[in-house]
Design a protein around this ligand. Structure first.
Ligand code: ATP
Length: 365
């Protein structure tokens, strides 16, 4: 039976998965707008794939409901959902050529325009030239694009991507990330991408759900998650961050809250400080720290303990008088580099600091 075409936002309501006594996905409420590129991001074992498999119909939820638009699909069989999945393994038919692979599903459903649609899908992934080749004659990246063409050719309501770029080398992976984003924008379908690679999620997705131990820890667009993480887990998972435990010393003035760290007066943007917090963790991304004297109240003095040249940037470790090392990343603009052992001043603008509630950030270190 052909899949019923529905469309609209994907809605998960209280979606839960338990394996015996272990809860892989705690009750999850989530709305993924139609046509968006959504990423489920998190470390191995956090429940990303289980969530995806429930949407695909490959895993029966313990509780909760799944809707696409007004249609409930919780109990709809996998092959009757208009949902396709692209896996890390391409799973192409080796005896069929590229075009036959892409048109196979449509043909089986008796679609008279199968060949035309398959050719269009191959053009979309820029593989029109290799339609007559067998999968084994193509590179891994090309095979993955064939798998993608096959997955979008019947215009599913939702396309699920389970670590689809995991088998590609880094350079190809970066190219494919841009390519996937372009394809998603062109076809306008809802893409849900599962990955543990924060850079990959941030490059491609409009919205990211960061998962930790079966729960969504934070949901937002990439810049908000990166610049205003709501927990140390998100702060650390989305890149490096310097965290300082600071004490609030007074009420907000001119949009900034005065704080102290190790007897040094600093400030944090008021809208980043939770409620009536007395102690918070102040976080600053390494590339937001500047070396050298700059105006403004946020200045710390330390000694360079390590210098690593990374090409476009240089990474410094700067040891504070109280022993903690801060990481500073500076673009290489030809202005010379500090050396190990050098005493330096590091500074940052208040709005570049984010604050995390000290109570929930006990493990910040
Ligand atoms: P990875 O990136 O490693 O695939 P993930 O975030 O996708 O990780 P899941 O595969 O969803 O995580 O697994 C979440 C948890 O559920 C893990 O602890 C896993 O061991 C457990 N789990 C998954 N499938 C089963 C199963 N069929 N039976 C028992 N436990 C399972």
């Amino acid at each position: 039976m052909a899949a019923t075409r529905t469309s609209g936002d994907l809605r998960l309501a209280g979606l839960t998965k338990e394996f015996d006594t272990f809860t892989a996905v705690h009750p999850m409420d989530l709305v993924i707008p139609e046509g968006s590129f959504f990423a489920l991001l998190g470390p191995s074992g956090c429940g990303k794939t289980t969530t995806l498999r429930m949407v695909a119909g490959l895993e029966q939820p313990t509780a909760g409901r799944i809707h696409i638009g007004d249609t409930e699909i919780t109990d709809t069989k996998a092959h009757q959902r208009n949902v396709n999945t692209v896996f890390q393994s391409y799973a192409l038919f080796p005896h069929m050529n590229v075009l036959e692979n892409v048109e196979f599903g449509l043909r089986r459903r008796g679609d008279k325009n199968a060949t035309v649609k398959a050719k269009e899908a191959l053009e979309l992934v820029q593989l029109g030239e290799v339609a007559k080749k067998k999968p084994a004659q193509l590179s891994g990246g090309m095979q993955q694009r064939v798998a993608l063409a096959r997955a979008v050719v019947n215009r599913p309501d939702v396309l699920l991507l389970d670590e689809p770029l995991g088998a590609l080398d880094l350079k190809l992976r970066r190219q494919m990330q841009i390519e996937l984003k372009r394809i998603q924008q062109e076809v306008g379908l809802t893409f849900i991408h599962v990955t543990h690679d924060q850079e990959e999620a941030m490059t491609m997705a409009d919205t990211i759900a960061v998962m930790n131990a079966g729960r969504i820890e934070q949901l937002g667009d990439p810049a908000t998650l990166y610049e205003h993480p709501a927990s140390t887990f998100v702060a650390n998972f989305l890149g490096q961050s310097n965290l300082l435990k600071v004490t609030v010393t007074g009420p907000a003035r001119n949009g900034e809250v005065p704080v102290t760290a190790y007897d040094t007066a600093l400030t944090v943007a008021a809208d980043h400080v939770p409620g009536d917090a007395k102690e918070v963790w102040l976080g600053v991304r390494p590339e937001k720290l500047r070396m050298g004297e700059h105006g403004g109240p946020n200045r710390l003095h330390g000694t360079v303990s390590d210098v690593s040249f990374t090409g476009v940037a240089t990474q410094y470790l700067v040891r504070m008088p109280w022993g903690k090392e801060l990481t500073v990343v500076q673009q290489n603009d030809g202005s010379g580099r500090a050396r190990p052992g050098e005493d330096v001043t590091i500074s940052w603008a208040a709005e570049h600091g984010f604050a995390l509630d000290a109570a929930q950030a006990a493990d910040a270190g």
